[in-house]
Write a protein that binds this ligand. Structure first.
Ligand code: C2E
Ligand code: MG
Ligand code: MG
Ligand code: MG
Length: 282
């Protein structure tokens, strides 16, 4: 992977700059330009009911098409964007673009599944977060029930404020999901008091099925817990028929993963939806 290789070269020089990595500086500058020059894009990955095969959701995932490095993966630039605070304007762009796309799909008569947008803690902690969401929904004339926010367990670190924000979002009608469930430190007793409808089992657990019995048991336990506490449980990172079968047998409600499709740009997603009009067949 090209960007990584270059990254290593740049790391070599970092000592001469008092520990500031040139690669990082370059990416940071690049990221500012990316926003300005429309190099950021959203890809979309469907979420599929594991009982009916129907598409019940769509996650928006950011992509950066860098003029020299090609596609820089979010795992590389999102942490940097969080560190520098750039995640706030980037997050605003994502939110607006995702809502615009969802509205366009509504206009085109494409089924009314919500669009799921990833929100990092830094965005969530921004004083104008709620305001901005309300403004985008208003601008796009989008039903709040068509927007789902994926947050991580790390919001629990500031429980009082998070609880307040989440309840405001709930009041607006926005849907809420916990992403990467099981990898953070959430207290179940608090989680249960927050207005969250959905938990997403992290793909690191799903992908160990059937290779690690202990992880299999963990997935099973999360599904059971979710069912008992009335969450919609969604498994991410489904790659094999075997994993799909396991999840269906254990009554996991929804799934997402390469087995159905990789994330795709909007026009390709439209073709995917057209091909799978009557649902995915298992
Ligand atoms: P995430 O929200 O947990 O998203 C799931 C990741 O798993 C995505 O990686 C997706 O492409 C990938 N994935 C989906 N199905 C499979 C599968 O079957 N196998 C494997 N191996 N991977 C699968 P992606 O797009 O590289 O995004 C990585 C992370 O970057 C996301 O994890 C999310 O935390 C963050 N991210 C992506 N877009 C945004 C964004 O717009 N805003 C923020 N704040 N974070 C974002
Ligand atoms: Mg996510
Ligand atoms: Mg996830
Ligand atoms: Mg993740």
């Amino acid at each position: 992977y090209k960007a990584k290789e270059r990254g290593n070269n740049f790391q070599f020089y970092s000592s001469s700059l008092n520990g500031i990595s040139v690669r990082k500086m370059e990416l940071e500058n690049g990221l500012r330009k990316a926003l300005e020059f429309n190099q950021l894009m959203l890809y979309y990955q469907p979420q599929c009911s594991l009982t009916t095969g129907e598409i019940v959701g769509m996650e928006a995932l950011i992509r950066w098409d860098h003029p020299e490095h090609g596609f820089v993966p979010p795992s590389e630039f999102i942490p940097l964007a969080e560190e520098t605070g750039l995640i706030v304007p980037i997050g605003k762009w994502v939110l607006r673009e995702a809502c615009r796309q969802r509205k366009n799909w509504s206009k085109a008569g494409i089924a009314d599944f919500p669009i799921a947008v990833n929100v990092s803690v830094r965005q969530f902690e921004d004083d104008h977060f709620i305001e901005y969401i309300a403004a985008v929904l208003e601008e796009m004339d989008l039903d709040a029930g068509l927007l789902e926010l994926e947050i991580t367990e790390s919001i629990m670190q500031n429980l009082q404020r998070s609880s307040y924000i989440l309840h405001q979002l709930e009041g607006m009608g926005v849907l809420l999901a916990i992403d990467d469930f099981g990898t953070g430190y959430s207290s179940l007793s608090y989680l249960n008091r927050l207005p969250i409808q959905k938990i997403k089992i992290d793909k690191s657990f799903v992908q160990e099925v059937p290779f690690l019995a202990s992880q299999e048991m963990l997935v099973k336990t999360i599904i059971d817990m979710g069912l008992n506490l009335n969450y919609i449980v969604i498994a991410e990172g489904i790659e094999t028929e075997h994993q799909l079968e396991f999840l269906r047998q254990n009554e996991c409600a929804v799934g997402q993963g390469y087995l159905f499709t990789k994330p795709l740009p909007a026009d390709q997603i439209e073709r995917y939806l057209e091909r799978n009009k009557s649902g995915i067949r298992f």
